[in-house]
Design a protein around this ligand. Structure first.
Ligand SMILES: [Zn+2]
Length: 265
């Protein structure tokens, strides 16, 4: 009887959890923290969604230990990092070594990557100078978007997304890479991680090409994707060279929301 009562009481408490945010919850939402707030209603300021903050100064972020990463000085949201470490331990126990190659990239760092490719200062994949090879702005943007996201529209802004082990799909075809990818496809979901950029086709017609190395922490990135769908507009994607193409290409609809269905609601 006692067990039954406890169970009913728990259900009652859950059913009666407040629908109106308390002051504490409003503050948590304003800082981008999920503290005390159900994850499915998590919202963050739009500036956070567009990466306009310094992860090193944000209370919800933690610097990644080099034990887990290819270099020092990378950041993740603390909640994503904690579950990543659990996943890393489990992978180690199965003989699989996960290495974070890239984690949070804010607007300014993405702007640096984008503009270097836009101006031809950095060659795009395939070795072309995009500013010469693709004079039409929308075409140039689409070519860069094959491998890099537009500043303000990257999931790497959110502190939930990581690039693991190797930044080519081929690496994961055989040997050590295949072992890593097979492990992730079998177990990452147990720790909240999902691959947003799966192979393109009828199931996923739009967006970035397949990225077997890119994994996203769903407990946070799922509500942020939903928020982006509601609130993020192409016209907000500004502040860098070539940003006028955001509207032409429908960056939010086709790229931000062009993800694997398993990684969304
Ligand atoms: Zn990535």
């Amino acid at each position: 009887m006692r067990i039954l009562f406890a169970s009913v009481a728990t259900s009652f408490l859950l059913a009666c959890s407040p629908t109106q945010p308390t002051d504490q919850q409003s503050e948590a939402a304003a800082s981008g923290s999920e503290t005390e707030q159900p994850q499915d209603t998590l919202t963050v300021p739009l500036t956070y969604l567009m990466g306009q903050f310094e992860p090193g100064e944000h209370p919800d972020f933690t610097v990644i230990d080099t034990k887990y990463a290819s270099r020092a000085g990378m950041y993740l949201r603390t909640d994503a990092y904690e579950d990543f470490r659990r996943m890393w331990e489990a992978a180690q126990a199965d003989g699989v070594n996960l290495v974070i190659r890239s984690a949070t990239r804010n607007f300014n760092s993405q702007k640096g990557i984008w503009e270097a490719k836009w101006t031809g200062q950095r060659r795009i994949e395939g070795g072309q100078d995009a500013s010469v090879a693709f004079p039409d702005p929308a075409t140039r943007a689409r070519m860069i978007l094959k491998f890099s996201s537009m500043p303000g529209s990257s999931r790497h802004h959110w502190g939930t997304d990581i690039d693991l082990n190797n930044l080519t799909n081929e690496y994961f075809d055989e040997g050590e890479g295949k072992k890593v990818y097979d492990w992730l496809t079998a177990h990452a979901a147990e720790y909240g991680f999902c691959q947003p950029y799966t192979e393109k086709g009828p199931e996923r017609p739009n967006g970035y090409n397949e990225e077997r190395w890119h994994w996203s922490y769903m407990p946070v990135s799922r509500p942020l994707t939903a928020q982006a769908e509601r609130e993020l507009k192409d016209s907000m994607i500004t502040g860098f060279q070539g940003s006028e193409t955001a509207k032409m290409i429908g960056i939010v609809e086709n790229y931000v929301l062009g993800i694997n269905d398993a990684c969304r609601d």
